[in-house]
Write a protein that binds this ligand. Structure first.
Ligand code: FAD
Ligand code: A2P
Length: 296
């Protein structure tokens, strides 16, 4: 790939050119759309924590403005040690943005997402302009005994994968997770699950400490007969979830912006049933640092 000269981009904080290691599609044939695991060699000086994001500046000019493409943010999907444990790489979970033209009934490649396609098409050696890392909202609690409830839709699984690997895959010196980790994951169907093989290994090895519940919107129905969305799945376990939050659990949300209104209205309904003041309850979670949201 060719890039505009470096000083051109120097207004971005901490921008660096790094190299892709590879990108692999990680969903099955019946998943709607493509999601890729992108593995990037960032070297030892790009230090990041689980829950942070990074920026990618795709090469070339923006077709609308004619100016250089601007930065896009991606949640980091690896732990600080990277997928290979060497501490020199970072991984992303990227949905390839395509444009479906309703009038022609076909994809219009001229309108495809610039950065996501660049990343999904990256091959070993592709140069990638990166900024960051950024973000503190999704950092894990310091106390490794704190229960963690994770609610993800689609690529919102990225930070959760980092947490899960930190909890159950890596042997982290002086940081041993002893809490409960509970993942609620919303995807369209069973072909669209992300990193499920990795997660099932962890469930096998830590059955009392890690559980996963899927909301498969196009395969399952909620109790009203509608699509099974993530908020419906969380609601099924409302007593346990509220109990864990009362006991100090941290709750993390990542993925579609559109899920938050449904989640909040579900929680408000549960509070009503339980005779809890919803506003006060939510404010309390936020004040205690138990509430973490990163949606886009
Ligand atoms: P763009 O080129 O920016 O286009 C955006 C959309 O517009 C595309 O769907 C494209 O098809 C459409 N479009 C293009 N041209 C036209 C046109 N002429 N008319 C109509 N439509 C058009 N994404 C992930 O996949 N994984 C993540 O982990 C992730 N984390 C994020 C974290 C944060 C905090 C935020 C804010 C966003 C995150 N995103 C993530 C979203 C990501 O930043 C990008 O927005 C996304 O990849 C799309 O960027 P793009 O450059 O591919 O699309
Ligand atoms: P669906 O697409 O069947 O409506 P994506 O893969 O597009 O990121 O979506 C992840 C999951 O989030 C899909 O199952 C999708 O369902 C679901 N979803 C879409 N809209 C909402 C919403 N408003 N609330 C909760 N889940 C949603």
């Amino acid at each position: 790939c060719t890039f505009p000269t470096f000083p051109f981009f120097s207004f971005f904080h901490g921008i660096r050119a790094i190299r892709g290691i590879g990108s692999d599609a990680i969903v099955g044939a019946d998943a709607p759309g493509e999601v890729c695991h992108v593995h990037i060699n960032c070297g030892p000086t790009f230090r990041y924590w689980e829950g942070q994001s990074l920026g990618v500046v795709p090469p070339g000019l923006c077709p609308k403005s004619g100016k250089p493409n601007t930065v896009r943010l991606y949640s980091i999907a690896s732990t600080r040690y990277g997928d290979d444990g060497a501490g020199t790489s970072v991984s992303l979970c990227v949905r390839r943005a395509v444009y479906w033209d309703k009038e022609t009934g076909a994809e219009d490649p001229a309108k495809k997402g610039i950065c996501s396609n660049f990343l999904c098409d990256a091959t070993p050696g592709t140069e990638i302009m990166m900024t960051g890392p950024t973000g503190q909202v999704m950092l894990l609690p310091k106390d490794p005994s704190t229960p963690v409830i994770m609610v993800a839709t689609g690529t919102g699984i990225a930070p959760m994968r980092a947490y899960i690997r930190r909890f159950f895959v890596e042997d982290v010196p002086s940081w041993n997770f002893t809490g409960l980790a509970w993942l609620f994951m919303g995807v369209a169907n069973s072909d669209a699950t992300l990193y499920d093989d990795e997660f099932q290994e962890c469930v096998k090895r830590f059955p009392g400490q890690f559980r996963i519940d899927y909301a498969l919107s196009r395969e399952q129905n909620n109790k009203k007969g509608g699509k099974m969305y993530i908020q419906d799945k969380v609601e099924e376990y409302k007593d346990q979830v509220f109990g864990l939050l009362d006991g100090g659990a941290h709750m993390y949300f990542c993925g579609l912006k559109g899920m938050m209104p449904g989640i909040l209205s579900m929680l408000e309904g549960v509070c009503k049933e339980k005779g809890i003041d919803y506003e006060e309850w939510l404010e309390g979670l936020k004040k205690n640092g138990q509430w973490h949201v990163e949606v886009y």
